[in-house]
Design a protein around this ligand. Structure first.
Ligand code: DGL
Length: 260
């Protein structure tokens, strides 16, 4: 099947988190058009069973392909954990990129006791279990579920004492003593990077967003479908989201990485 070079790239998340990926994609591929679908009617995904996340993700990705997207980025670790394997089988002739907690770059930088902050669904998934097992020979991997953090970020709590208090409740656990790096294994979390950095005492933080953008660019180039000239755009797919969603989304897309 011929991929249309001028078609948009779809970006999918349960809500606003995928905008942290979208910013990297747009930075690396400024000539591309992006169509963003944040399924905030069904967010958060990270507390749902994998079977539900799979169904919701299948519906969201289907909408983006139906809208003519030449590739879809699952800008969501939870959706990737639950759905990327079956959806790649379903759309075997299409480009579908997933998100994975950035443990490998942390190991590459020499860290040996690594906390992975992510949703409960991601951390309990087989996909994460396999990754942690494969990399567990090189470093100690500590899963840190953060139920409630996505909800705070969706509610626009990006800084302040309530957020700090919440983060202390998660990161001060005795089990986490001595960790030397933290992986942000949910695409919402880069929006509270500064608070996580401060509360964790300045630990190095890793997210996979730049890697997702590079992989997307590479796959499109290999397919001869990368747009390299012109000025791209970002469009938000409307699908019953709250009016607030679009206002906050516009605000987030304008902000510089790490400066939320
Ligand atoms: N942004 C999603 C992720 O990367 C999580 C969002 C949710 O729980 O809905 O895992």
């Amino acid at each position: 099947m011929q991929i249309q070079k001028n078609a948009p790239i779809g970006v999918f998340d349960s809500g606003l988190g995928g905008i942290s990926v979208l910013r990297e994609l747009a930075r690396l591929m400024p000539a591309e058009d992006f169509l963003y679908f944040g399924d905030d009617r069904n967010a958060p995904y990270g507390v749902r069973p994998e079977s539900q996340v799979l169904e919701l993700t299948r519906a969201g990705v289907g909408r983006l392909f139906d809208a003519g997207c030449k590739a879809v980025v699952l800008a969501c670790n939870t959706a990737t954990a639950a759905a990327v394997v079956p959806l790649r089988a379903l759309w075997s002739h299409r480009i579908l990129i997933g998100a994975e907690p950035a443990i490998k770059p942390a190991i590459r930088d020499g860290h040996r006791k690594i906390g992975v902050l992510a949703t409960s669904t991601t951390l309990s998934s087989r996909r994460f279990g396999d990754l942690a097992k494969a990399l567990g020979t090189e470093a100690q991997i500590l899963p840190i579920p953060a139920p409630g953090l996505v909800e705070l970020i969706e509610a626009r709590v990006w800084a302040g004492s309530a957020l700090d208090h919440f983060l202390h409740g998660i990161l001060d656990a005795p089990l986490l003593q001595g960790i030397d790096a933290l992986v942000l294994g949910c695409t919402h979390y880069p929006f509270v990077r500064d608070a996580i950095k401060a509360v964790s005492g300045g630990l190095p933080l890793y997210d996979g967003n730049a890697g997702i953008a590079r992989q997307t660019c590479r796959l499109l180039a290999e397919a001869g479908a990368l747009r390299e000239t012109g000025q791209g755009s970002v469009t938000f797919l409307e699908c019953g989201q709250s009016a607030d969603f679009f206002r906050i989304a516009q605000e987030l897309i304008r902000l510089e990485k790490g400066k939320v």
